[in-house]
Design a protein around this ligand. Sequence first.
Ligand SMILES: NC(=O)c1ccc[n+]([C@@H]2O[C@H](COP(=O)([O-])OP(=O)(O)OC[C@H]3O[C@@H](n4cnc5c(N)ncnc54)[C@H](O)[C@@H]3O)[C@@H](O)[C@H]2O)c1
Ligand SMILES: O=C(O)CCC(=O)CC(=O)O
Length: 355
Amino acid sequence: MRDFIYVGQPQRVVFGAGSLARLAGEIDTLGARRALVLSTPEQRPQAERVVELLGDKAAGIFDRAVMHVPIETAREAREVAQKLGADCAVAIGGGSTTGLGKTIALDSGLPIIAIPTTYAGSEMTPIYGITEGGLKKTGKDARVLPRTVIYDPELSRTLPVRLSITSGLNAIAHAAEGLYAKDGNPVMDLMAAEGIRALARALPVLRQTPDDLDARSDALYGAWLCGSVLGNVGMALHHKLCHTLGGSFNLPHAEVHTVVLPHAIAFNASAAPEAVRRIAEALGSDNAAQGLQDLARDNGAPIALKDIGMRAEDLDRAADIAVSNPYWNPRPFGPEQRGEIRALLQRAYDGAPPS
Ligand SMILES: NC(=O)c1ccc[n+]([C@@H]2O[C@H](COP(=O)([O-])OP(=O)(O)OC[C@H]3O[C@@H](n4cnc5c(N)ncnc54)[C@H](O)[C@@H]3O)[C@@H](O)[C@H]2O)c1
Ligand SMILES: O=C(O)CCC(=O)CC(=O)O
């Protein structure tokens, strides 16, 4: 018996190698004329290439996007957008750059054109994150959903191999939690399974041949599907743990997802058996949690929190924060389950097999 609500997201998605060349036309389609181009400092060269493509449609560059969007950076970018009279934002980069664009849109309603260069999937969601006083807060607002997304696999060919694998697992995490989401639906289930399949197929190829355009296209296709799932249904235990570890302990985002995901899936396996079976099936594994850890380890990604900057002495506080304001989850993880969450974090810290 089916019982669900599915809400389509009002977005335009342009996908294909070389589709960056269509940006100026997409700005015209939005009815915009002055784009503020956003990037991280490292990706300024890509931002400059966008400015060259746009000519007088470019109002300027703001190249100070950083992970977890500190409130100070958001305020600075909002001021620059206003000063330049920008009427849209073009975010070329990963989730940090898209996230910066979202904080401008949250404040001003400015439309965003996202040009993803990682597999984070932020371009497909109305979710935003802002970090203030060492605490990351997330929210949902239709204003932050990018109006147009241009997926050009050429732009992810320079993504370092380690980040390609961990960002791919960040995407798989969205789909995995979407399969047991409280507000899940058949459309998202189909996209989630296909997204996991595409990424599980592409990541081992990218490990060997990072320049393989077909594999980059496959991975970006998987990221689009998985990001769409994140944008349509709720997050649960895994994302709560990652937001806690990323926002409060400033751990690298994609790496945290890679390390924690196997353990979160193991924690939920008994409470969401059909979802976990579909994850395993999409991975081509007989055990979803172990298959995810194997996918990470076999492709050179980290499997232990201790290897990505987490301190053992912070595990207790991490467990306290995680259970203090829990997201919905098929298996409850509130203050009464603090001991189980602390044990999960210890296994993730050690890089132990998920159980
Ligand atoms: N709101 C959402 O729905 C959502 C979803 C996923 C992630 N996020 C957020 O996104 C942030 C993480 O994003 P991310 O994992 O994409 O990393 P990122 O955007 O922080 O990029 C990581 C580093 O890789 C570089 N980089 C990115 N693409 C590159 C490329 N193609 N070639 C060379 N270098 C490249 C960047 O310049 C940066 O230095 C976090 O803040 C996370 O919370 C938000
Ligand atoms: O936008 C954010 O920073 C919060 C949502 C998010 O990061 C999704 C994820 O954890 O990958």
